[in-house]
Design a protein around this ligand. Structure first.
Ligand code: WT7
Length: 654
């Protein structure tokens, strides 16, 4: 989006009905709590951990950190298990409360899973995993669609101390295999098929293809039957979920975990190389996501809370599964997409389920806003109190539509800035307290110490500054390492500005101390809120026999936020054509996922390079953005004529 990150001079106060009775109901309370959370950090987080978690053995010390070596530990010495936090301790008072309210792909197909039922599902599956030899510290991949059993599978892994690695259902067999190999997963939990927008997603078939070549670590697969479509079952390897749990007891003693024992790995794209396995732990992560879920959305006991993301991404881990279930909330799991069967789907669901807190991404808001207001007005939406946005900067126009048309000025909007690596919210408003500015994530969450640095790493003090966003100290939900590659963790996040965590984002801090995220300053693209590395996409393109070299950049896209623009140089003997462009798109889909498909492919004779051979992406970005006049100085290039040729050919991008 062209207009993101530029401060707008508009302030909206939280509506009275959101303020009334809110946990944090005014800015004085926020400021006082925030001050304590950084000035008296240990005491603040000790109190939060004791309030939000139930330890079987209390922790001895709150935190130990060294941001240079990447040694980070919270709630040291404590013992607990995340599945107990999310289930067992709710059973006495909330056994019959709906834990997961499932809305299937077809409007109105619902399932209510109570905390007691969820407990039974999780315990049975945990016993089945243990019986099949899954032990503490071993990795289990989960490749499923948005069904309650996905959450149950995650919690069952946690219960036996296994580290789950959820792989988004939109990823290709190749991507599954890369992830399974990287962390040597012992098992895969999957389902026959997923459903999305009326279409089938061949989950089991993709797993079969991922495991077709020998040499993998997977000993068995458990397959949940969802649509009932026949799938291939490999004898000795694959078992139906229903059969595997049939004779298991509903009581599975939880593994006692250390605060710092790993809970899960989630792969995410960076500027270089293959996606890395971001690792989160049992105690710190849970405190952070529960505490932020509660305070940011101002969660109350009878809320019907809905985060419309997919559990395959961090948003779903933290704010569909662990945060809400940890807090004993009713969490909606939405299997479909915002435009199925039409652009009114969200609001139809809000009315039918009585949703009070609704959390989605700017790309979804833009996609339905352009279909017109009638799709919103058809529904009452009176249950809504809080609206949330996440995943990318929201352009003020989309923000105003969300606030005025969807919320009719009666709801607060919380714009939550965070990352896979941060585990939970970092910069965000609190629904009942924070005055809102359209397009700004507003202020730091408790315990979060952001700073803005210039390119040399000097911290820019005061307000009205622009630079790169870093964190000065760790927070409980911070990632602990890159699975199997601690050096990469230190290199990627802790080396650019020694002693600080670098987010990869640019930002502006305005006169009131509000943060405006301007987007990634590295080679990471945020396409419809999905994170992709340009290097990964280039790798997939170069894998095609016709391609000699490829360079991928982002450009502003009305719906996706960022679109994917690929410059492709062919090998001698190949000629540019629409068919070849299609083949290249298919190759990216096959290697990575449909979400990584280039929007535009431009065939070029050469790429702009420095004399030392480095591709000048700055130039390619300007051309992709449609601003060739701003390419700047090209005289230092090995062959400046290349730039003229690319500019001339930009109109033929296909
Ligand atoms: C990147 C992280 C956090 C869950 C979803 C994405 C961008 C995320 C916002 C926001 C501006 C945002 C950043 C960040 N981002 N939320 N509210 N405002 N930018 O997680 O895949 O790890 O991506 O998403 O660029 O670095 P992710």
């Amino acid at each position: 989006m062209a207009d993101v990150g530029l401060p707008v001079d508009e302030v909206y106060e939280p509506p009275a009905r959101v303020r009334d009775g809110a946990l944090v109901a005014d800015m004085e309370t926020y400021r006082e709590m925030y001050r304590r959370s950084v000035e008296d950090r240990d005491a603040f987080w000790r109190e939060m951990a004791e309030r939000f978690l139930t330890f079987s053995k209390p922790f001895d010390r709150v935190v130990e950190e060294d941001l240079r070596t990447g040694t980070i530990a919270w709630f040291i010495g404590g013992k607990l298990n995340a599945s107990v936090q999310c289930i067992d301790r709710h059973l006495a008072a909330r056994g019959d409360k709906t834990a997961i309210l499932w809305e299937g792909d077809e409007p109105g197909t619902n399932r209510r899973v109570t905390y007691r039922e969820l407990s039974e599902m999780v315990n049975r599956l945990a016993n089945a995993l243990r019986r099949r030899g899954v032990r503490k510290g071993e990795r289990v991949a989960i490749y499923m669609g948005m069904v309650p059993e996905l959450a149950a599978a995650m919690l069952a892994c946690a219960r036996v101390g296994a580290i789950h690695s959820v792989i988004f259902g939109g990823f290709s067999p190749r991507s599954i295999r890369d992830r399974v190999d990287d962390s040597r997963c012992k098992a895969i939990i999957t389902q026959d098929e997923g459903r999305r927008g009326g279409r089938a997603v061949p989950l089991k078939a993709n797993v079969d293809e991922a495991l077709a070549e020998p040499g993998h670590s997977v000993e068995f697969c458990i397959v949940y039957r969802h649509t009932g479509t026949p799938v291939n079952m490999v004898a000795g390897r694959d078992e139906w979920w229903h059969d595997a749990v049939a004779n298991e007891s509903t009581d599975c003693p939880p593994e006692e975990m250390d605060s710092e024992d790993p809970l899960f790995i989630l792969y995410t794209s960076g500027s270089t190389g293959k996606p890395k396995g971001v690792l989160h732990t049992h105690a710190g992560y849970l405190v952070h996501v529960m505490c932020s879920h509660k305070y940011v959305f101002d969660i109350r006991e009878d809320d019907i809370y809905c985060c419309a993301a997919d559990v395959g991404w961090i948003t779903g881990h933290s704010y569909i599964v662990y945060g809400p279930l940890g807090n004993g909330s009713t969490t909606v799991m939405f299997e479909s997409i915002p435009t199925y069967p039409d652009a009114g789907r969200y609001w139809d669901m809000v009315d039918r389920l009585g949703i009070t807190v609704f959390y989605t991404a700017p790309t979804a808001i833009r996609a339905i806003a352009r279909e017109g207001n009638d799709f919103v007005k058809k529904y009452r939406r009176t249950s809504l109190r809080v609206l949330g946005t996440v995943g990318e900067p929201i352009n003020p126009e989309a923000w105003r539509w969300y606030f005025n048309v969807v919320g009719e000025g009666r709801c607060s909007i919380v714009d939550t800035y965070w990352q896979t690596e941060t585990g939970g919210h970092m910069i965000t408003g609190l629904a009942g307290a924070t005055p809102m500015k359209p397009g700004s994530g507003s202020l730091p969450f408790f315990g979060v110490q952001p700073c803005v640095v210039d390119e040399e790493g000097r911290e820019l003090e005061g307000n009205g500054v622009t630079g790169r966003l870093c964190m000065k100290a760790s927070w409980p939900g911070m990632m602990r390492t890159v699975y199997g590659d601690h050096d990469r963790f230190v290199q990627t996040y802790l080396t650019a500005y020694p002693g600080k965590y670098f987010t990869g984002d640019g930002c502006h801090r305005d006169k009131d101390g509000y943060y405006w995220i301007t987007g990634r300053v590295d080679d990471v693209l945020n396409v419809s809120g999905h994170r992709l590395g340009t290097a990964e996409i280039e790798g997939a393109l170069v894998g095609h026999p016709a391609v000699a070299e490829a360079a991928v950049v982002g450009y502003p896209h009305d719906i996706k936020g960022t679109g994917i623009y690929a410059y492709v140089m062919l090998k001698a003997g190949y000629t540019a054509s629409d068919e070849l462009a299609k083949e290249l798109r298919d190759a990216v889909r096959r290697e990575i996922s449909a979400i990584a498909t280039p929007d535009k492919i431009q065939f070029v004779e050469g790429l702009p390079k420095t004399r030392s051979g480095k591709i000048m992406r700055r130039i390619l970005r300007k051309i992709a953005e449609g601003e060739p006049e701003n390419v700047g100085d090209v005289t230092t290039l090995a062959d400046p004529a290349v730039v003229r040729e690319i500019i001339a050919g930009a109109g033929q991008a296909r």
